[in-house]
Design a protein. Structure first.
Ligand code: 13P
Length: 252
């Protein structure tokens, strides 16, 4: 089922071992929806115990270093994540772009490192509110896609793009379904330009204030292949409601 929707929970800097039971509940729910691929990206400290626990859900991380090892105090490499049982890594989240000054070239290097370690990559892109107000949202986002996704048609099957408008993250504000569809179509066109036909299989997730109430309509927008969920992924009930909505949507 290559086109089954991918619903990913990004736990950000939330979660201690007491939250493993919540992850187990998510995993049991994921098992009830085999037509949806469910992922959780916990903080680094929970990657190993979660990966050991999960039956149906896949576990990933929220970032990695571009180098496989070395004198990089405090950093975690892609091979370390693979060794801990991660299957994917998120790179280029806007919180890292903004708070850690990560640019497109660094994001691409991290994605390349993740692929080299055998992981899948979720590359995040998204415009700020000022960029949208200035009418530049589409050029900013397609520019980020062009400059930060890993290159080479052979890697396309392991790349996912997540469109997360910065102004929609954690704010309760979401773009209109029409705006989501228009942006996802523009991202698809750029991906096809980069990867050729192989780009047709790349999932494009929407992220930014996705919740049980709006998931249905956001997932039905053009070219939306799933969701990257922050706040609503921290509780099994709210996250599984989104998984259920994706199950109803039945794919891209
Ligand atoms: P929220 O769902 O909390 O808005 O976060 C979205 C996000 O940044 C996921 O990566």
């Amino acid at each position: 089922m290559p086109n089954r929707p991918f619903i990913v929970g990004n736990w950000k800097m939330n979660g201690i071992r007491a939250m493993l039971s919540e992850a187990r509940s998510i995993d049991r729910g994921a098992a009830r929806h085999p037509d949806v691929r469910v992922g959780i990206a916990p903080p680094f400290t929970l990657v190993l115990p979660m990966a050991e626990d999960m039956q149906a859900a896949v576990i990933g991380a929220q970032d990695c270093h571009a180098k496989p090892s070395g004198a990089f105090t405090g950093d975690i490499s892609a091979p370390m994540l693979a060794d801990a049982g991660a299957q994917f890594v998120i790179v280029g989240h806007s919180e890292r772009r903004a708070m850690h000054a990560e640019g497109n070239a660094e994001v691409r290097a991290k994605g390349d490192a993740a692929l080299a370690a055998g992981l899948e990559v979720i590359v995040c892109v998204g415009e700020t509110e000022a960029e949208r107000d200035a009418g530049n949202a589409e050029s900013v986002v397609t520019g980020q896609v062009a400059d930060s996704i890993p290159l080479g048609e052979e890697v396309a099957s392991r790349v996912t793009v997540a469109y997360e408008p910065v102004w929609a993250i954690g704010t309760g504000r979401v773009p209109s379904v029409a705006d989501v569809g228009a942006m996802h179509r523009a991202i698809r066109a750029k991906i096809l330009e980069i990867y050729g036909e192989g780009g047709a299989a790349v999932r494009i997730l929407y992220g930014g204030s996705v919740n049980a109430g709006n998931a249905d309509e956001l997932l039905a927008a053009d070219e939306v292949g799933g969701a990257l969920v922050g706040g609503a992924s921290l509780a099994a009930d709210s996250f599984l409601a989104i998984v259920t909505a994706a199950s109803g949507a039945g794919g891209e």
